[in-house]
Design a protein around this ligand. Structure first.
Ligand SMILES: [Zn+2]
Length: 295
């Protein structure tokens, strides 16, 4: 320990560290523990919406900004040799001059906050697949990432600890783990919802209940893969009931358009059922606005 005072530490090459860490992890595996290393083969820590949003959230807090950068090299060179994310907690092993144990606690999203996020995103996310792939409208992304009010925790909601001797507020092992979490969310974004103790399905309340409501308008390709519904209807009627019915249907559409003053053919072209769900959607907008004033 004496050499710390002179700023000199025994040099341990990355290769040596890795060998040592690999032996430790092998031992743990034999003892029946799951081992899940963070592997970053091309230097880019996070490339998906979820991974990047996690890292960007951390970097915007001045409490962390100065200390985080030294974690990047560590996570990139494979030092986070095990990372486990569970509800409210992260446990990791980081290989330094020794093998260190990092434990983080993350508070769950407060119920009122989660309700507000879900209300604001209602109808804006069509499916779990789109949500987890991060194929979201800008409005939804902004809401989810909103500083202090979104899904990502603030430093006040995170407790950090490491078994290393030079533990201060944040050592490079903890910083590496924080980035490692972002890398993990690239592959398993659902773990963010586990970590924060919320159910991602709450964000997709309109699955199977007709036309999804989107306040900002749907992103390209969201509605029936971007096909024109009027085309679909015309084709369907022509095939099942002959050309005459199709022409009638088109006339009916025009009447609906002029009577209701609707400018969007997508809505006007829908059948009675479609109009009903559009009316339902309008009702839902009303309800949401009420909810927002309540919360
Ligand atoms: Zn440490």
């Amino acid at each position: 320990m004496g050499y710390y005072g002179f700023g000199w530490k025994p040099y341990v090459t990355v290769a040596e560290r890795r060998r040592k860490a690999a032996r430790e992890m092998e031992k743990r595996k034999k003892q029946g523990h799951a081992v899940s290393p963070v592997s970053i083969p091309d230097r880019i820590i996070a490339r998906t919406f979820w991974g990047k949003a996690w890292c960007e959230n951390l970097e915007r807090y001045s409490d962390y900004a100065n200390r985080l950068p030294r974690g990047r090299t560590y996570v990139r060179n494979g030092s986070v040799i095990d990372l486990q994310i569970t509800t409210g907690a992260i446990h990791a092993y980081v290989s330094g001059s020794e093998l260190y144990q990092v434990a983080l606690e993350v508070a769950p999203v407060a119920k009122a906050k989660w309700k507000s996020i879900c209300n604001d995103c209602a109808g804006g996310i069509d499916s779990l697949v789109e949500l987890l792939q991060g194929r979201l409208s800008e409005g939804v992304m902004e809401r989810i990432c909103r500083q202090g009010h979104g899904l990502f925790p603030s430093p006040a909601e995170i407790r950090l600890s490491c078994s290393c001797p030079d533990w201060a507020d944040m050592c490079k092992h903890v910083a590496a783990v924080l980035y490692g979490i972002g890398a993990r969310f690239d592959h398993q974004p659902e773990l963010l919802f586990r970590l924060r103790a919320v159910d991602e399905k709450d964000l997709i309340v309109h699955v199977g209940k007709g036309t999804p409501l989107t306040k900002q308008g749907p992103a390209a390709g969201k509605v029936l893969g971007g096909e024109d519904l009027s085309e679909l209807f015309g084709l369907d009627l022509a095939e099942s009931g002959g050309a005459g019915k199709a022409v009638k249907a088109k006339r009916a559409k025009k009447v609906v358009l002029s009577r209701k003053g609707m400018s969007k053919p997508r809505v006007a072209a829908a059948s009675t059922q479609g109009r009903r769900s559009a009316a339902g959607a309008r009702k839902r907008v009303g309800r949401e606005e009420n909810n927002r004033t309540d919360s």
